[in-house]
Design a protein around this ligand. Structure first.
Ligand SMILES: [Zn+2]
Length: 114
C-alpha cells in the first residue's frame, strides 16, 4: 500500500470524510477532519479559499478590461494612420497589424465572457 493510500485509509478510519473538492496542488481528493481539510497525498492541510479564488477572477477580468481598452486604442490609432496613408505596401502592413489587433480583441472578449 502506498503511503498516500495508507494515509487516506487512516484518515477515513479516524472519522474523516472524503470531500468532493480536489487538492489544488495535486488534484487528489481532500479529506475533512473536524474543521481541517487535509490532502492525503501532499500530507498537509489545505486551505480552500473561495474568496481568494473569486478575487483572482475579478482581478483577471480587470486585466482583460484594461487589455481590451489598450487593444481598442491601438485599433483607433491604426485607423487614423491608415486613413492618412496612401502607400499601398504600407497599407497592406497596417492591414495585417490591424487584423492581428482585431484577433486579439476577439480573444480578449471571448476570455471575458468565458
Ligand atoms: Zn495534494
Amino acid at each position: 500500500m502506498s503511503a498516500e493510500l495508507k494515509r487516506m485509509s487512516d484518515l477515513l478510519k479516524s472519522g474523516a470524510t472524503m470531500m468532493s473538492e480536489a487538492c489544488p496542488e495535486c488534484g487528489s481528493p481532500l479529506f475533512k477532519v473536524g474543521s481541517d481539510i487535509i490532502c492525503a497525498k501532499c500530507n498537509k492541510p489545505v486551505v480552500i479559499l473561495r474568496a481568494a479564488e473569486e478575487e483572482s477572477k475579478i482581478i483577471g477580468s480587470r486585466i482583460l478590461d484594461d487589455l481590451e481598452q489598450t487593444v481598442l486604442s491601438k485599433i483607433r490609432e491604426m485607423n487614423s494612420v491608415i486613413s492618412s496613408e496612401g502607400d499601398v505596401e504600407r497599407l497592406t502592413q497596417y492591414g495585417r497589424a490591424l487584423s492581428t489587433w482585431l484577433e486579439t480583441l476577439e480573444k480578449v472578449r471571448r476570455l471575458r465572457s468565458g
